[in-house]
Design a protein around this ligand. Structure first.
Ligand code: ADP
Length: 487
């Protein structure tokens, strides 16, 4: 059977439409490469606009019956889907590491997080409730219904090849919507593995469709998802540049849009902080996923009174705790970056910083292939590229500050507003700064804060809408006011 599971594991070589494994109508494929060693894992269909239109038709047809199911029925299927992720975690983690590069332990962490969304949205499906509003006119009754918005287009990135899919598709399917999703070209296998498990769980044909495409075809696939009148919702996670483009494209059909875009997270350590705890938090906030998450700390602001102590301890911990290598090798904490371009960007940021007077505390160079040493830079200032641009890599630029007002102003002086972190033990300051940071997520005395239960999303140019928690399902619901008159 076409697309049958390859000998080893969950490596499917076909896209998934209408519950079937399908090739591109052109017959074209593209290769998927392991970023740790450059070896080709396999090929998947390089689908185009026509393939995407077909998938949209399928999802539209499936929506007509899926929206009629009960929340309880949908919840049972979502829960089973999540259980299957847990039951196959080891194999899925190997697959995730092979296409994305993160260490196995982090892949397992992502799968727990990813399955967590399926579990959470299975529960939330049953809590979508309308309202009856007090009427100002005696002969009427005013009702509010919440109904699934319809076919939802999704475009996901490579850094969380599993969880970014369950976070979106879990919410959509729970709400009664159907899905056409394009995974990142770097990591289609984790998406296809999820399709197999969705099918095993009993999620009906056409509810979840995954269209794979190369980078070259991404824009035509994206255009169909944005412009098709049959698609009523678009959810995207990726770069700010592409997000803005998609938002423009969605204007033609006035789609409801969710965007999770780039960040430029400040990580502030105030004088009252527990410096050791702050160093530990900084390790997670910066070096998880080799720095390749949109909530990674991008600028470290350390109060002048503890600056030297923090820099010394941070550098020493990086040197002691972090090991670069193939994500499947025991002891690896730092996998490769996703590709050569990512390494070149980090190299350029380090060169720029050093050229402007920053000093390397540890790391500082690439070691071949897609690997770049975990790096701490001191004497960094806000005009350096590493503090202005999103790093998306393992470099930590440490900046000195004097006052709370100054550091809050610096932290907010960016068009991004996704995550912000700070360490303090001054209760008044904790409230003040948590409220003053212009970000959608704030970590207070914590460096890794994402959980399926909490709303995730950015302010300013970091995005639109929220994912996760009970807020996540709202993105896939329309509100309808029903006025019952003549009573
Ligand atoms: P990154 O630089 O991290 O790859 P991107 O925003 O470029 O971030 O990619 C995120 C997702 O957006 C991927 O699935 C990618 O294929 C997709 N993508 C990139 N360009 C476009 C486009 N023009 N239209 C639609 N999707 C796109």
């Amino acid at each position: 059977k076409a697309g049958a599971r390859a000998a080893s594991s969950f490596v499917f070589d076909k896209a998934f439409v209408n519950g079937e494994w399908v090739a591109a109508s052109s017959g074209k494929t593209f290769e998927v490469v392991n970023p740790a060693n450059g070896k080709v894992i396999g090929s998947v269909p390089d689908m185009d606009a026509a393939d995407t239109e077909k998938a949209v038709q399928v999802a539209y047809k499936a929506f007509q019956s899926w929206k009629e199911t009960t929340a309880k029925e949908r919840a049972a299927l979502l829960r089973r889907w999540g259980e299957l992720v847990h039951e196959n975690k080891e194999e899925l983690a190997k697959l995730l590491t092979s296409e994305m590069g993160k260490p196995l332990a982090e892949s397992v962490g992502e799968l727990n997080y990813g399955a967590g969304f399926l579990e959470l949205f299975a529960e939330e499906a049953k809590r979508v409730e309308g309202d009856i509003i007090q009427t100002p006119i005696k002969t009427r009754r005013l009702l509010v219904l919440k109904q699934p918005i319809g076919v939802s287009g999704m475009i996901t990135p490579w850094n969380f090849p599993n969880a970014m899919i369950t976070r979106k598709a879990g919410a959509a399917i729970a709400a009664g919507c159907t899905v056409v999703l394009k995974p990142a070209e770097d990591t289609p296998y984790s998406a296809l593995a999820l399709c197999d498990l969705a099918k095993q769980a009993g999620i009906p044909a056409g509810v979840l469709n995954v269209v794979t495409s190369s980078r070259d075809n991404a824009s035509q696939v994206g255009k169909v998802l944005c412009k098709s009148p049959l698609v009523t919702k678009l959810s995207f996670t990726g770069s700010t540049f592409v997000g803005k483009l998609l938002l423009e494209q969605c204007a033609s059909t006035v789609k409801k849009v969710s965007l999770e875009l780039g960040g430029n997270a400040p990580f502030i350590v105030f004088p009252s902080a527990d410096v050791d705890a702050a160093v530990l938090g900084a390790m997670g906030a910066k070096f998880r996923c080799s720095g390749q998450t949109c909530v990674c700390a991008n600028r470290f602001y350390i109060h002048e009174s503890i600056y030297d102590e923090f820099v010394q301890k941070f550098g020493a911990t990086v040197e002691k705790e972090l090991r670069m290598g193939d994500g499947t090798a025991p002891g690896t904490t730092q996998g490769p970056l996703i590709n050569k371009k990512a390494v070149e960007k980090i190299e350029a940021q380090v060169q720029d910083a050093v050229g402007k007077g920053a000093k390397i505390v540890c790391g500082g160079k690439s070691t071949g292939g897609n690997f770049f040493e975990p790096t701490v830079l001191k004497g960094v200032t806000d005009d350096m590229r590493c503090a202005k641009e999103e790093n998306f890599g393992p470099i930590a630029g440490v900046i000195k500050f004097k006052t709370e007002d100054e550091v809050v102003a610096l932290a907010n002086a960016t068009s991004s507003g996704l995550a912000g972190y700070f360490y303090s033990r001054d209760l008044g300051q904790i409230w003040r700064v948590a409220e003053r940071l212009e970000t959608g997520l704030v970590g207070v005395n914590e460096g890794v804060i994402s959980v399926p239960d909490a709303p995730f999303g950015g302010w300013k140019e970091s995005g639109l809408g929220r994912e996760g928690g009970r807020y996540g399902i709202d993105e896939y619901l329309e509100i309808k006011y029903v006025c019952m008159g003549g009573l």
